[in-house]
Write a protein that binds this ligand. Sequence first.
Ligand SMILES: [Zn+2]
Length: 188
Amino acid sequence: MPSPIGHSLAGICGYILVQPHIPKYQRLSCLFTSVFIANAPDLDFLPGIFLQADPGMFHRQATHSLIVAIIVGVLTALIARYLKFKHWNWFGLWTGGLYASHIFLDLMVADDAPPFGVQLFWPLTSDYFILPLTIFGGFNYGGSGLFGFLFSLFSFQNLIFVLQEIVILVPCIWFVWYGQKHLIKKPT
Ligand SMILES: [Zn+2]
């Protein structure tokens, strides 16, 4: 998997995409929401840490399914509609897309041990899928329990992987920002 920093950079891309359409006083909460959703599938570490002291126990399974991304999009759209958001359908598309961005990045990670990839079509199948294109290093995690897990994140190898993600994803942020500023019609 890319690191939380890599997924957060993807979340910033998602924020920049909608930023001109968000009232100024809501922009900070929109940014945090965007970063949270872009990282949300990796919350599957938590049950493994607390139940079995094994962070990888449920990792890259149900929460990394495209079907779950669609459900997230539909549910958030329905909630936004209930709350009378003006563009509730676009909001659902945005949240579902952000969630799917996480899965998409995870499909392009160097995976050095089976099963390779993620359970992309859970619950239809529990098979794992990965793209043949590898862009990101396999950010390592391990140890047992919460503290073992947290300490494992701060290795030199992980630092190199994070720098790789910054080199790849920061230009993507610039590209989205440039496209938003110069190519997409501003709301009136
Ligand atoms: Zn993930």
